[in-house]
Design a protein around this ligand. Structure first.
Ligand SMILES: NC(=O)c1ccc[n+]([C@@H]2O[C@H](COP(=O)([O-])OP(=O)(O)OC[C@H]3O[C@@H](n4cnc5c(N)ncnc54)[C@H](O)[C@@H]3O)[C@@H](O)[C@H]2O)c1
Ligand SMILES: O=C(O)C(=O)C[C@@H](O)[C@H](O)[C@H](O)COP(=O)(O)O
Ligand SMILES: [Zn+2]
Length: 364
């Protein structure tokens, strides 16, 4: 088992990465506040892994309320959140109840926001079961729901007490979802870890094939990168760089997700197309060469990801992008690449640059 730490003083917590962790009853008790938990999962993941987790919790004498939500990005909304509150209240869950998210990023973001707000805050544990959630969403404490006008527009920072990434769960993950997770893995290499990007270029075929060793390494290295960034800028308030850099490709990507209707493009797919747009815009500002942009595009393509955005229409892209959470005093702030392996936040791109980028990077 690999173990990392997210260093946040009194909110610090471990990330455990390994196979068969769902069955290991020793990992959970130190992080449970009381003898009750509510496990939040969905109709796809629960039939696969809930029984194993329930058996593990039974071994340590914990009472469980399972809460099973419908599956999909379009359910990352108020109705699902309300369903969680209803179930917690019906089961008389009190402030000592620990919420456990068992699923991908949608379940993690929803359960985390429920934990942040139920009775003004209860503890929670992340048990991520997709590659994307194991490398990114389960770590760092961003929780929330979507709004029709924008992704993750309502939420809270609320750190988990523990993250348990059981890599065996990835064996049941569809190939398209594995690829979506690779978009966020590639992001760390592009933003701040050039040696990791080079490793990814050498090992992409193993990752796409689901090689256990390669995946475990990629998960650990991604989480190490994320933990470092979050430890330095937990609430994304740094003026330069900081946590906002983890948003590479996301201003374009979130516009694709919202504009196309949640769930049509997977988050990772939208981030992949958005990352090519960010690279192309970086080239227009003179920071990347055409060969650099090809390098980004090739790696994403080898990961099985789209490298062109949909034809949403420039005005709709700009409308969604203007709602981005990095906008400050009405000015768009984008994460772009100063070079491969180094990202910056910038407001230097003009409307014309952005329009030209959209024209170059969007196809039917
Ligand atoms: N909080 C953060 O920091 C953060 C970071 C990145 C992404 N996100 C959010 O995460 C979400 C995307 O997460 P995701 O890619 O995990 O999507 P997801 O949660 O929708 O999961 C993808 C699909 O895989 C299924 N699934 C999950 N585990 C499985 C398994 N082991 N075997 C088979 N099927 C399985 C799910 O039911 C779903 O159908 C987006 O809402 C995104 O905004 C949040
Ligand atoms: O943890 C972060 O910080 C990230 O930006 C990670 C992103 O991959 C993730 O998609 C996040 O939810 C986007 O954040 P948002 O603040 O733009 O909603
Ligand atoms: Zn993301």
């Amino acid at each position: 088992m690999r173990r990392l730490n997210v260093a946040l003083a009194e909110r610090s917590y471990p990330i455990l990465i390994g196979s068969d962790l769902l069955q290991n009853a020793e990992n959970l008790p130190p992080y449970l506040q009381g003898p009750r938990v509510a496990v939040i999962s969905n109709t796809t993941v629960a039939p696969l892994y809930l029984d194993t987790l329930l058996a593990t919790l039974e071994k340590v004498g914990v009472g469980v309320t399972p809460i099973i939500l419908p599956d999909g990005e379009k359910f990352k909304n108020w109705e699902s959140l309300n369903a969680i509150y209803d179930a917690l209240l019906a089961a008389r869950c009190d402030r000592g109840t620990t919420l456990i998210a068992l699923g991908g990023g949608v379940i993690g973001d929803l359960a985390g926001f429920a934990a942040a707000t139920y009775q003004r805050g209860v503890p929670f544990i992340q048990i991520p079961t997709t590659l994307l959630s194991q490398v990114d969403s389960s770590v760092g404490g961003k929780t929330g729901i979507n709004h029709p006008r924008g992704k993750n527009m309502v939420g809270a920072f609320w750190q988990p007490k523990l993250v348990v990434a059981d890599t065996l769960t990835l064996r049941s993950l569809p190939a398209r979802e594995l690829s979506a997770g690779l978009a966020e893995v590639i992001k760390y290499g592009l933003v701040r870890d050039l040696p990791f990007l080079e490793w990814l270029e050498s090992n992409m075929d193993r990752l796409v094939a689901g090689d256990d060793e390669a995946l475990a390494y990629a998960i650990e290295r991604s989480c190490r990168n994320k933990a470092e960034v979050v430890a330095n800028d937990e609430f994304e308030t740094a003026k330069e760089g900081g946590r906002a850099l983890l948003n590479l490709g996301h201003t374009f990507g979130h516009a694709i997700e919202s504009g196309m209707g949640y769930g049509h493009w997977l988050h990772g797919e939208a981030v992949a197309a958005g990352t090519v747009m960010a690279a192309e815009l970086s080239r227009r500002l003179g920071w990347l060469s055409a060969a650099d942009v090809d390098r980004v595009r090739n790696l994403l393509q080898r990961a099985g990801l789209p490298v062109c955005g949909p034809m949403l229409g420039a005005e709709r892209y700009l409308e969604f992008m203007s709602n981005d959470k990095k906008v400050s005093a009405g000015r768009l702030r984008l994460v772009l690449l100063q070079s491969i392996g180094t990202a910056v936040t910038t407001s230097d791109a003009t409307r014309e640059d952005i329009l030209a980028t959209l024209t170059a990077c969007c196809h039917e």
